[in-house]
Write a protein of this length. Structure first.
Length: 161
C-alpha cells in the first residue's frame, strides 16, 4: 500500500511542481544542496545524505584513462528512501536512470570511449559542481519552500517519520 501511495504522489509531483529551473535535468544538485539542510532540521534523527549518480568518461579501454566525470543526478537519501523534485523513488529506479543515461550518452561518444557509472553516498556535496553564478540561488530557495509546503510533499514526508 505504501508503494502505491508513493507512486501516486510521485506522479502528482511530476506534474504539480513547476519550479523555475528543471530540477530533473541540470539543476538537481542545486535542489539537493538547498533542501538537505532543511530536511536535517526537520528530521534530526534520520540518516540523511546525498546519493549521487556519476559517470566517468573513460578513454582507451586498455589504459582506462578518465577524461572527465559527469554528474548524472543527485538525490537526497533519507534512511532507505531517495528524494528528488519528483518525490520519492527507489534505489533500483535510480540505478535504472543511471543506466539509461549512460546508454543514451554512449551513443554520442567515439568508439574508443566508454562511460562507467557509479554511486557515491556522502554527507558533503562536492562543491566543485556548485556555481553560484549559474542560477539565482534565491529562486531555488523559493522553489524549495514551495516544494516543501506542497500538501502532497508534506504527506509524503510523513511516511518516513
Amino acid at each position: 500500500m505504501k508503494e502505491i501511495i508513493r507512486r501516486i504522489l510521485r506522479e502528482e509531483l511530476e506534474w504539480g511542481f513547476s519550479g523555475e529551473y528543471d530540477y530533473q535535468r541540470g539543476y538537481c544538485h542545486y535542489f539537493a544542496y538547498d533542501i538537505i539542510g532543511r530536511l536535517k532540521k526537520l528530521y534530526p534523527n534520520k540518516d540523511i545524505k546525498y546519493y549521487i549518480l556519476f559517470a566517468d568518461e573513460i578513454y582507451d579501454y586498455d589504459e582506462g584513462i578518465v577524461e572527465g566525470t559527469a554528474l548524472i543526478h543527485v538525490y537526497i537519501k533519507i534512511d532507505n528512501y531517495l528524494l528528488d523534485s519528483n518525490g520519492f523513488t527507489t534505489i533500483e529506479d535510480a540505478n535504472k536512470r543511471m543506466k539509461e543515461w549512460i546508454q543514451e550518452m554512449s551513443e554520442e561518444l567515439p568508439d574508443d570511449y566508454r562511460l562507467e557509472g557509479y554511486v557515491k553516498e556522502t554527507r558533503r556535496f562536492p562543491t566543485g559542481y556548485i556555481n553560484k553564478t549559474q542560477c539565482d540561488l534565491e529562486t531555488i530557495k523559493k522553489d524549495i519552500k514551495t516544494f516543501l509546503s506542497n500538501p502532497e510533499v508534506i504527506e509524503l514526508l510523513k511516511m518516513i517519520e
